[in-house]
Design a binder for this molecule. Structure first.
Ligand code: HEM
Ligand code: NAG
Ligand code: NAG
Length: 494
């Protein structure tokens, strides 16, 4: 005993100095990487500034943006990683345009590869990736959109009817966040693979997606009973279910039947090729479909909630939307594709919602090699880079701080004029494949919701502030008082 204590005592100074040396090297390494960029001079050891990030992400990133005002970028240190925040659009463009094996790789999610495997579309490069993207094209044509539009509307209208039954004229406000989430999950499910899921599969699908959601925010402990492990297994089950759908769809499409959902449009093109293209086995398609689901879900929820929030605070915009929609559509039948195309102002509103509150405010990438970003600064290998799509939204555009849907009208065309600043859907090889789908969904929702409901926000303290979840949502989850705007909730037919 005495002996071991004395050994410990004699080792103590060495342990302490090794520790000090480690801390010193950590600080030095940070300072060398940071060079003359703005950012904290000293960083807390090991965890870096993770505590202030977790405590208040909005302030953390705001501060990172503010200090980047002159140089266009700023540095920090999080959990052993040197990070760069990019404020300036042209610098962000360089990250998005250089996604390739020897430059930047999308991160997507801190533990993404563990959670949903490395077959994800976002981790693919070059020809391989291009080939998969090319085969996705039939999913996003006018013909396929007209099929989706019917499915989307039937789901939206069913959910709005439930909202009416449960919440119209209630004296207490309802928070829309979870309701919109459920609406979106059902829309994606139905549009992507609806006909191939029976009732039981749909319910399992919902509970598995919830498990995934919970685990995607948890620490990556892959054991039974831990949220992350449960999420990983849920993702596996979901991808397997989707793979079965892909197989069934191939059989139907091979026999020449008409496509009725997204997977059909996709598989119709796949089965027409001999030999089958790379990455078109059922399991891989199932994995890609899961990526779709994941990519579609939170971002759409965010955009629908901000649409309600912004329409409520801009009564003039809301009344112009209602006027336009009423001129084109009456709520007895579904909105046709032509009618949807005519709703130009409402589409501008949808675009402006996404510019003003881009759901994914940053799109993190990791530098696979040293990358010369500017004449004076080279991004060191291993850096996590955060191009801020949010900051780009407030550069370039005329009066960028104003919520002004007219900027996207046919005279001003700011979506073209300031194209390089519209980064909400990314840029370059991995730019969002679902962007037109997402805009259509938002336009349909806005048209129907604002026609069928009057809505008033319940104004709690700071309710409009941005919170990260991790796409952005209004702080209060968008609490509203709802009342029906039409005498009776209409019965819709396709
Ligand atoms: C408002 C809604 C949406 C927003 C803001 C959004 C945003 C984004 C962003 C920022 C990226 C990364 C782009 C890049 O790295 O350059 C992305 C990728 C992607 N998105 Fe979306 N998205 C939305 C909806 C959707 C929907 C509805 C779908 C599917 C129907 C979808 C499917 C995808 C896929 C598959 C990728 C990966 C593409 C690739 O790696 O090649 N997204 N999205
Ligand atoms: C709900 O409230 C509105 C406005 O106060 C009223 O016009 C309407 O009749 C009420 N509807 C129901 C179903 O009570
Ligand atoms: C576009 O908006 C501006 C106002 O910002 C307006 O002067 C112009 O007439 C609009 N153009 C169209 C085609 O609506």
């Amino acid at each position: 005993m005495v002996f071991s204590v004395s050994i410990r005592a004699s080792l103590a100074p060495y342990i302490v100095s090794a520790l000090l040396l480690f801390l010193l090297l950590e600080q030095l390494s940070y300072l060398i990487k940071k060079r003359n960029l703005p950012g904290p001079l000293f960083v807390p050891p090991i965890i870096g500034n993770a505590v202030s990030l977790v405590r208040d992400p909005t302030s953390f990133w705001n501060k990172q943006s503010t200090i980047a005002k002159n140089s266009g970028l700023s540095a920090n240190y999080l959990i052993g990683k040197f990070i760069l925040y990019i404020r300036e659009t042209e610098l962000s463009q360089q990250i998005f345009s250089n996604v390739r094996p020897d430059a930047f790789h999308l991160v997507g999610h801190p533990f993404g590869k563990k959670l949903f495997g490395d077959h994800n579309l976002i981790y693919m490069f070059g020809e391989d990736h291009k080939s998969v993207r090319r085969h996705l094209a039939p999913n996003f044509t006018p013909k396929s959109f007209s099929t989706y539009s019917v499915l989307q509307q039937l789901v939206i209208l069913r959910h709005l009817r439930q909202w009416d039954n449960s919440f119209s004229n209630e004296s207490r406000p309802v928070s829309l966040r979870n309701l919109v989430r459920e609406l979106n999950l059902e829309t994606s499910q139905t549009v992507f693979v609806g006909p191939y899921l029976d009732k039981e599969a749909r319910n399992r699908f919902r509970s598995d997606y919830n498990l995934f959601n919970l685990g995607s925010m948890a620490l990556p402990i892959d054991l039974p009973g831990f949220a992350f492990g449960e999420a990983r297994r849920a993702v596996k089950r979901l991808a397997e279910t989707l793979a079965v759908c892909a197989g069934k769809s191939k059989t139907r499409m091979a026999s020449g039947e008409e496509p009725t959902c997204l997977i059909d449009f996709w598989m119709q093109a796949i089965v027409a090729e001999t030999p089958p293209p790379p990455h078109s086995g059922d399991d891989e398609i199932g994995g890609f479909l899961f990526d779709f689901l994941f990519a579609a879900q939170d971002a759409s929820t965010s955009s629908l909630l901000w649409a309600v929030t912004l329409l409520e605070s801009e009564p003039e915009v809301l009344s112009r939307v209602r006027e336009e929609v009423a001129r084109i559509w009456s709520p007895e039948s579904l909105i046709t594709v032509d009618q949807l195309a005519e709703m130009k102002y409402t589409r501008s509103v949808a675009r402006e919602v996404i510019r003003f509150r881009p759901p994914a405010t940053m799109v993190p990438h990791v530098a696979a090699k040293d990358f010369p970003l500017t004449e004076s600064y080279t991004i060191p290998k291993g850096t996590i880079v955060f191009p801020s799509v949010f900051d780009s939204s407030f550069q370039g555009f005329t009066e960028p701080d104003r919520f002004d849907p007219d900027r996207f009208n046919e005279t001003r065309k700011e979506d073209q004029v300031f194209k390089r600043n519209f980064l909400a859907f990314g840029w370059g090889p991995h730019q969002c494949v679902g962007q037109r789908y997402a805009l259509n969904h938002l336009v349909l929702f806005v048209a129907m919701f604002s026609t069928l409901f009057d809505f008033k926000r319940f104004r709690s303290d700071g309710c409009d502030e941005i919170v990260y979840s991790p796409t952005i949502t209004p702080k209060d989850g968008c609490a509203v008082f709802l009342s029906r705007r039409v005498a009776v909730y209409p019965n819709f037919s396709a």
